[in-house]
Design a protein around this ligand. Structure first.
Ligand code: PLP
Length: 377
């Protein structure tokens, strides 16, 4: 049987074995409700609080920053945007980049009509917003700016510290979606200065269904779900102790391994780019200075969907830079925003490598891409 090569780590990562082991007790003997008062339950509470302080420390959030556990990166983003917007007075514009994840775009768009206007900022060829672009659009009537740290389709990295500075100088709040950045680059929340930063565990070899929102000391967090007083009143409902334990373990592993991961991924990216260089009519949508785990390519005269089917038959699991709907595969909003030429758009594919991939895997993926394109063009 062909060895499966997983090249879709930007979609989700395989949970680390240690993470699974760390979670198991909380499904089993440590099932207690962390709000209960007996020692068994307090031990569960202690794991939640340790994960909270470990994550805060890992992202450089300082002693006074806040971490709220949520159900996903998407929920963290919604919580950040709702919390930021709920205090708006007189300032009625929200700026987001046009290459944001739909969690940001659709949440921001849902505010339209509440006397708020949403503007999508143009991005460069790779999906980043330049500080000059933000300077041109920001005015004292802007209430909130949300620009992602790493683009999930191209790997483009935004200069969040510079963007946040410009935002604060204009008197607005700043959120960054760092779901694709965690574990891929060091994050220093205090240095960036962001009011809110969103994270998700399943992109760092942790479990699905658990995310986190960082909030700066001065940034209010309002609940999306009402009920009990869990998470300091920011998110009602019994905590996902299993997920939080897994998130904590994934952070612990990153603490030891992030630097090696980054070096390894950068090497894989280099090899992949070298191997695909001879393929004709192939555009690279990922900047060389971008995140090391994502390589987006657009092939002229090819359709992404059959390419992916053929790649998966060869054991390569990749994805497309396009959103599917029932009858057609339309180029994604990111592919549109970065201006991929018409003849290349529909042939956009994303390869995202991870900790367990080898140089051999990456070469095989590149060879399979060359073969499939030759066959289908
Ligand atoms: N933001 C980015 C940049 C992402 O890549 C993703 C997931 O693909 C999300 C947000 C959503 O995270 P989650 O799947 O945890 O809701």
């Amino acid at each position: 049987m062909t060895k499966k090569i997983y090249a879709d780590h930007a979609a989700t990562t395989p949970p680390d074995k240690e993470v699974l082991e760390a979670m198991l007790p909380f499904l089993n003997e440590s099932y207690y409700n962390p709000s209960a008062l007996y020692p068994e339950a307090r031990a569960v509470r202690a794991v939640i609080e340790k994960t909270r302080s470990d994550l805060l420390d890992f992202i450089g959030g300082g002693k006074d920053g806040r971490i709220v556990f949520t159900g996903s990166g998407t929920e963290s983003i919604n919580m950040a945007l709702h919390s930021a917007v709920s205090g708006f007075r007189g300032k009625n514009r929200i700026l987001v980049s046009s290459a944001e994840h739909h969690a940001v775009l659709n949440c921001a768009r849902s505010f339209k009509g509440d006397d708020l206007t949403i503007e999508e900022l143009p991005v460069d060829r790779y999906g980043a917003v330049s500080p000059d672009t933000l300077k041109k659009h920001i005015k004292p009537d802007v209430h909130l700016v949300s620009i992602m740290t790493v683009n999930n389709e191209t790997g483009a990295i935004n200069d969040t510290a510079a963007l946040c500075r410009i935002t604060h100088e204009a008197g607005a709040k700043f959120h960054t979606d760092a779901v694709q950045a965690l574990g891929i680059m060091p994050i220093a929340a205090k240095d960036i200065g962001a009011d809110y930063i969103s994270f998700s565990a399943h992109k760092i070899y942790g479990p699905k269904g658990i995310g986190a929102l960082y909030a700066a000391p001065s940034a209010p967090v309002y609940p999306l779900v009402m009920g009990g007083n869990q998470e300091g009143g920011a998110r009602a409902g019994t905590e996902n102790t299993v997920g939080i334990a897994g998130f904590g373990c994934a952070i612990e592993i990153l603490r030891k391994q992030q630097e090696d991961d980054i070096t390894h991924l950068a090497n894989l990216k280099k090899i992949f780019l070298e191997e695909i260089a001879p393929i004709p009519d192939l555009l690279i949508n990922s900047p060389s200075s971008g995140a090391p785990h994502i390589i987006s390519v657009s092939a002229a005269g090819a359709e992404a969907e059959p390419c992916l089917l053929h790649l998966s038959m060869a054991g390569i699991l990749a994805s497309m830079g396009a959103a599917c709907n029932a009858s057609s595969v339309e180029p994604s909003h990111v592919v549109e925003a970065i201006g991929v030429p018409a003849e290349y758009k529909r042939g956009t594919l994303r390869f995202s490598f991870g900790r367990d991939n080898t140089a051999e895997d990456v070469k095989k993926a590149a060879q399979a891409l060359a073969f499939v394109l030759k066959k289908l063009r």
